[in-house]
Design a protein around this ligand. Structure first.
Ligand code: NAG
Ligand code: NAG
Ligand code: NAG
Ligand code: NAG
Ligand code: NAG
Ligand code: NAG
Ligand code: NAG
Ligand code: NAG
Ligand code: NAG
Length: 809
């Protein structure tokens, strides 16, 4: 993997620059800094284009800084895509830097950028005056070259005469200079060459003000690659010599640098090694360490988590993976991986026994191998919330969520604020972030499986997170599948309790109960239905409470006695989709009532009536009868009597109007118990009439079958009216009226007239043409049903005049 990002600038001499101008560089794009041993020029790649180049500018000409030229002349050009800039480092001793007394340096250069396919040249310069004094020997281990500079007075081996290098300068600069250099490899002494020949081979020798500079690219044919305590070191031994008549001047110049490439250990440290004594040194070596050209003293570095150790004579430097100044990058290689890049800068200061100081400065780009960066999903679903909650975590900064596929449906971010699914970004202080996704169970995208046989309900959501690695937008996918399983998924059952006035049903909600509907008979239980029938419904998120008062719609009654009766109410649970009845809760409760009238669907009237005011004093309810005096109470006590008889029997009258058919009867104190004066002397204060009203709509079958049958129970009333004294008035005000269904309150008008039941009593009613019958009704005709004398069948007779006055047209 190309992590050094060394910029190879092709020597494209033929390329013709289309535009040459010295346009202004926007603010913040260019950084030029003076470091202690080099110029640092950094330019944003977004400004320069992909292929920025540099040229050194000197009085003698313009020199393109090619890869090879850079290594010979002391320039390093690095493309740093993670920082998004190109960096040029130029040694203060680089070929085309103006040097004033080794104190002030001026570097003039051109930056060649490409804007929309056009090359633009920017002429720039920087002047630096480093404050750090030069050591007698300075070594620079740059990424592409080694450079040694020695102060001229001390460069001769001790004990020999001291030469003034300035005195030798004419010899050096003269065209007839006889300065020679030989390189030494292992024991082999290579043949000498003159300096221009050496320069052709990539070596640079330069005599600056007070210093002799030697520079060599790595990997020269004359260099020596060796291993010191397991650390690879590159060394170039050069000997400069000059024979001037009697005297031979000789300078040994050694350039040696650790070539350790760095290694990553699993404990989270980037390790780099160098032999402790590449140059003559007493034991103590001073170390300064940092990243990106900044140096701090060893103890401060150690405070920042660096570890510096000496193993035998090898110095080991461990950089924590998350050291400030390091760079990390996510990369997809199968899984999501990351690597870290460190631009290590190191200074070693050594002093030999003659107190001569050597300062080594080293620049190395180290990179970890690809390290897995596992991202994870956490199922944070809470069943009670009825929604999947899934957290996707530990995403590095340069990874963004672009979209999610939910069971194959793609949703790009951000989500619509109207959708029921939500996604929230969670940012952590450790530079990671995550996303919380919420999808309700009943969202259409969630797959639902219901197994009725095993009472299992499963919700399933397959999530495919589509992540994007920035800045190149490389996609990465992360899959997760979550499910929620409900066992024991059975239709809801109510808890029912009896009260004096009705039955109370209670249901605790379960999360999956929406799969069923609750109904009373065929009607869905809603608050409207409850209001219509007088049920009391209260429903909150926890439970549903339904109070069904006695005598409201839906009750069935049985075992009616004077002491009491049983009322039954049933709640049905139906499949939400098919409306099929899945279960039911039936509750039967004993009730008591002083009065009661029931009009059954099969044509029976059952009455418990309070007769205390309807019988003469001294009489008992047991001695009462209906219109037909042979119809007598089934049961009676001191005040009440229970009658149960067919609607059409016992002398009932039948009345039909537009909507209803009403059967009426009356409870009398038996005549045979009256005194000789007959009814006149009966001093009762009340008449008790009983009636059952059925809506015609529910009685269609009445006319097609030879049998009474109603869809619905009838509305019964027990009417207590004041005993008329003289002539019967057509309207009699009831004193009390008991009804078996909740009907509109207010004074009830007693029908003015009742058709006397024919004799023998009506038993069966038959209408052969229902439609014409009903249309006749609509026109306001009066129909009287009368039984046939011969066969016990009914004949339908239409009388148009009778009773017209009391019926609306
Ligand atoms: C250096 O050596 C080369 C080949 O040995 C020779 O051609 C060249 O003239 C010499 N240069 C000088 C300045 O002596
Ligand atoms: C130190 O050097 C000794 C002798 O050369 C060697 O046996 C030992 O393994 C070295 N230790 C390390 C940690 O390299
Ligand atoms: C947002 O709305 C568009 C169109 O209205 C729809 O296609 C898309 O699925 C919605 N996204 C989400 C996350 O609901
Ligand atoms: C949803 O978006 C609309 C328009 O984009 C905005 O007006 C509204 O306030 C948003 N609602 C919420 C709850 O964020
Ligand atoms: C970052 O912090 C979050 C929340 O504290 C934690 O879950 C996660 O594991 C951390 N990640 C790393 C790489 O330390
Ligand atoms: C996720 O969480 C829910 C609720 O706690 C649980 O029922 C389910 O088994 C979990 N696991 C998966 C893989 O969905
Ligand atoms: C009662 O409330 C629950 C949840 O609040 C709701 O799902 C249900 O439909 C309601 N039932 C009725 C009958 O209103
Ligand atoms: C029919 O009976 C119902 C219920 O008792 C009543 O509300 C309605 O007014 C009656 N219709 C007529 C026309 O009397
Ligand atoms: C009814 O008549 C009886 C005797 O005939 C009498 O004792 C009683 O007081 C009368 N009651 C009423 C309410 O007039």
């Amino acid at each position: 993997m190309a992590l050094g990002f060394f910029l190879g600038v092709a020597l494209f001499l033929l390329s013709v620059r289309s535009v040459v101008k010295c346009a202004a560089i926007p603010e913040g794009v260019l950084h030029m800094e003076c470091h202690e041993r080099y110029f640092m020029i950094a330019v944003d790649l977004s400004f320069t284009g992909e292929d920025p180049r540099f040229e050194a500018v000197a009085g003698t000409g313009v020199y393109p800084i090619s890869e090879q030229y850079a290594a010979t002349c002391g320039y390093s050009v690095c493309l740093l895509p993670l920082q998004d800039h190109v960096e040029l480092r130029a040694s203060y001793f680089s070929c085309h830097t103006d040097n004033k007394d080794d104190k002030m340096f001026k570097f003039k250069f051109n930056l060649i950028a490409t804007h929309e396919g056009e090359e633009v040249t920017y002429a720039l310069s920087k002047t630096c005056s480093p404050t750090l004094p030069w050591s007698p020997r300075e070594v620079t281990c740059e990424v592409n070259y080694m450079e040694v500079s020695v102060r001229s007075e001390v460069s001769c081996p001790s004990g020999t005469m001291k030469d003034d290098w300035n005195a030798l300068r004419p010899a050096h600069s003269s065209t007839t200079s006889d300065w020679q250099v030989t390189f030494q490899r292992a024991e082999e002494q290579l043949p000498p060459m003159n300096l221009s020949e050496a320069r052709k081979r990539g070596y640079a020798f330069d005599l600056k003000d007070g210093r002799l500079v030697f520079r060599t690219p790595y990997g020269q044919p004359d260099s020596l690659s060796t291993t010191v305590n397991g650390v690879r070191v590159e060394v170039v031994y050069a000997t400069l010599f000059s024979r001037q008549s009697w005297v031979v001047l000789m300078v040994d110049l050694v350039a040696a640098c650790s070539m350790h490439e760095g290694s990553y250990d699993d404990s989270g440290y980037m390790l780099w090694q160098t032999p402790g004594v590449l140059y003559p040194s007493l034991d103590s070596t001073q170390l300064n360490i940092g990243l990106n050209g900044e140096l701090v003293e060893q103890p401060i570095a150690e405070e920042r988590g660096y570890i510096v150790e000496k193993q035998n004579t090898t110095v080991q430097i461990k950089i924590p993976y998350n050291a400030e100044g390091g760079y990390r990058k996510s990369i997809v290689s199968g899984d999501l991986n990351e690597y870290y890049v460190f631009h290590l800068y190191l200074e070693q200061i050594m002093v030999d026994e003659e107190n001569v100081e050597t300062r080594i400065r080293l620049y190395r780009t180290l990179a970890t191998p690809l390290l897995p960066h596992p991202i994870f999903t956490e199922n944070q679903t809470l069943i009670n919330e009825r929604a999947f909650t899934v957290y996707l975590g530990d995403l590095p900064e340069d990874v963004e969520l672009a979209a999610v596929h939910l069971n194959g449906h793609k949703y790009t971010l951000p989500f619509n604020n109207t959708s029921s699914q939500t996604i929230t970004k969670v940012v952590h202080p450790n530079n990671t972030h995550g996303y919380t996704l919420k999808v309700p169970f009943d969202d259409p995208v969630v797959v639902q499986k219901f197994c009725r046989k095993h009472s299992l309900l499963q919700y399933k959501l397959d999530i495919n997170y589509i992540l994007s690695i920035l800045p190149e937008n490389e996609p990465y996918y992360h899959l997760e599948s979550v499910e929620a399983l409900f066992t024991d998924v059975s239709p809801p059952t109510f808890h029912a309790v009896c009260s004096e006035s009705g039955i109370r049903f209670k249901l605790d909600h379960r999360s999956f109960d929406y799969m069923w509907d609750i109904s009373v008979g065929s009607d869905l239980l809603t608050s409207e239905l409850a209001a219509q029938h007088g049920y009391i419904l209260s429903n909150n998120s926890q439970s549903l409470l339904l109070d069904v008062p006695l005598f409201t719609h839906g009750y069935e009654y049985k075992d009616v006695t004077l002491k009491g009766f049983f009322g039954t109410f049933e709640i049905l649970v139906r499949d939400h989709d098919t409306s099929e009845v899945q279960s039911s809760t039936v509750k039967t409760c004993p009730f008591t009532a002083t009065e009661l009238i029931l009009c059954s669907t099969d044509g029976r009237m059952t009455v418990v009536a309070d007769l205390s005011l309807a019988i003469p004093s001294g009489g008992v309810p047991a001695r009462t009868n209906l219109v037909d005096k042979y119809c007598r109470p089934k049961e009676a006590d001191d005040t009440k009597a229970l009658f149960s008889f067919p609607l059409n029997g016992c002398g009932s009258t039948v009345k039909i109007d537009r909507q209803n058919v009403t059967y009426q009867n009356e409870i009398f104190f038996s005549k045979k118990y009256l005194d000789v004066n007959g009814a006149v002397s009966v001093n009762t204060t009340e008449r008790v009439m009983v009636q059952c009203t059925y809506s015609l709509a529910s009685l269609h079958r009445l006319f097609s079958l030879y049998k009474f049958e109603s869809d619905k129970v009838g509305v019964g009333r027990i009417i207590h009216t004041a005993q008329p004294t003289a002539a019967q008035s057509p309207t009699i005000k009831p004193t009390t009226a008991l009804k078996t269904t909740l009907a509109a309150k207010g004074p009830t008008r007693v029908p003015a007239a009742y058709l006397p039941a024919a004799n023998p009593p009506v038993r069966y009613i038959r209408v052969s043409r229902v439609k014409s019958f009903l249309s006749g009704m609509r026109k306001g005709k009066i129909l009287i049903l009368k039984n046939s004398h011969l066969r016990g069948e009914l004949t339908l007779m239409c009388l148009t005049s009778l009773h017209r006055r009391i019926l609306p047209n």
